[in-house]
Design a protein around this ligand. Structure first.
Ligand code: FE2
Length: 430
């Protein structure tokens, strides 16, 4: 007796429709037709069943705090950081936990089951770290939550940052964060990258830096991150998040930098919702889009993933834990509109995010964990286009969320129908 049988599913790597059988939390068979009894049968009707979504860059300590204690009026990164500083002194463990758990509920409903959150450790009380360690424990049955010790006020700009960062790692945070472009000088930024990589190497941890989240083309800390990665043997264990200054770098310099990033195996995380709203704020016209060189990094062989960064916090008033919304914005903001690139955008919020987080490849295979999402779409591009409803979210063989598909009842003369807004348009090939 199977635990779960999904009939007529579209899997990303298989051209024809298949049935998927689940037993004891694992996928036990993928075949065109599976005959067998199951406790629960889901009719996918040709819709896409994909790996769960991943968000490799988020701030769970700040999420859902919009309006506390006030709104960011200028909309800039720097006012956001100042506003967060005001809110930080008011935080309690209970408040951070309540907001984070509420966000995790929303994430599950959106099929988002792996999140890396930066946690501000520039706080002698380490309130956010304590709260999110408890949240990590509570959500472990359904979300892989990774916590980054993030010195928001700068490793050297805040005289207590390093001591608090070490304390937070001792408490149980597992990734070393940083913000070199926010240090007082370029030299301090460089020193911080070196120091943070050394801390990670000594402890056997990974590094994930807010790196060059700036419009300044001379902000080149990603270069130091790549060279430190090689020097310390951290290949595959370092991440440059944002890296927006790359959009304004000289092309010749970028042509040297990109292979260096690829050689070092540094993962790059771009956050399209935030980068397109926070960057280019001091521009008149032409105004920069604000994203890093996503297409060129891909072409150089770098693993690039998209992150959400914020949902309803001092930096961003919108957001909905919907990684398809993030991919959709990425396609527009980069821009990258070929069918190959749009299909890649779906990977950037599933498999690529998992890779950047050091998680196992979540591709659905026989013998692998039965964690997946049934979407109201027939393929990855349609899923991005429609920001498809997550009809069923499955974690280790158990259905943990269900949403009714969107179907419109039309009462038109001569054309009464139930319309599925996802699949009325024919698919076309380039
Ligand atoms: Fe961030």
């Amino acid at each position: 007796m199977l635990d779960l049988l999904i009939k007529s599913a579209k899997l990303i790597s298989i051209p024809n429709l298949v049935d998927v059988a689940v037993k004891d939390g694992r996928i036990v068979e993928i075949s065109p037709v599976i005959i067998g009894e199951a406790t629960r049968v889901i009719e996918a009707r040709g819709r896409l069943v994909s790996p769960p979504f991943t968000d490799p860059h988020f701030h769970m300590d700040a999420t859902l705090s919009l309006g506390l204690p006030r709104i960011n009026r200028s909309g800039t990164l720097l006012e956001g950081i100042a506003l967060w500083g005001e809110l930080k002194s008011l935080l309690t463990v209970e408040d951070v936990m309540e907001r984070a758990l509420r966000y995790c509920d929303l994430a599950v409903s959106q099929g988002l089951l792996a999140i890396r959150s930066h946690v501000d450790v520039c706080d002698d009380r380490l309130i956010a770290a304590q709260a999110l360690i408890e949240v990590r424990k509570r959500v472990a049955p359904y979300i892989d939550l990774q916590l980054v010790a993030f010195p928001q006020d700068g490793l050297y700009r805040d005289p207590k940052a390093e001591a608090n960062l070490i304390k937070a790692l001792d408490l149980g945070l597992t990734v070393v964060g940083g913000i070199p472009h926010f240090e007082r000088t370029m030299q301090d930024g460089t020193r911080s990258v070196i120091r943070l990589c050394e801390i990670a190497e000594k402890r056997g941890l990974t590094v994930d830096l807010h790196c060059d989240e700036s419009d300044d083309p001379m902000s080149r800390h990603i270069e130091t991150l790549a060279s430190e990665t090689v020097r310390l043997g951290l290949q595959g264990r370092t991440v440059g998040s944002h890296c927006t200054s790359m959009h304004s770098m000289d092309n010749y310099y970028a042509s040297k930098l990109l292979p260096l990033i690829a050689e070092a195996g540094v993962h790059i995380i771009s956050n399209p919702l935030i980068n397109i709203t926070l960057q280019g704020r001091s521009d008149s016209y032409p105004r920069r889009r604000g994203l890093t060189r996503v297409a060129e990094l891909r072409a150089a062989g770098v693993n690039v993933a998209f992150g959400q960064d914020c949902t309803m916090d001092p930096w961003y008033s919108l957001g909905s834990a919907d990684m398809l919304e993030v991919a959709h914005m990425g396609i527009h903001a980069v821009p990258m509109t070929s069918r190959e690139a749009m299909a890649w955008a779906f990977e950037s919020v599933t498999t690529n995010g998992a890779k950047a987080m050091g998680l196992p490849d979540p591709t659905l295979t026989v013998g692998g964990p039965a964690s997946m999402v049934l979407l109201q779409a027939r393929d990855p591009i349609e899923a991005v286009r429609m920001k498809a409803t997550r009809i069923a979210v499955i974690r280790n063989g158990k259905i943990i969320s269900e949403t009714t598909p969107r179907l419109a009842s039309l009462f038109l003369p001569g054309r009464p129908q139930m319309l599925d807004p996802a699949n009325f348009a024919p698919l076309t090939e380039d």
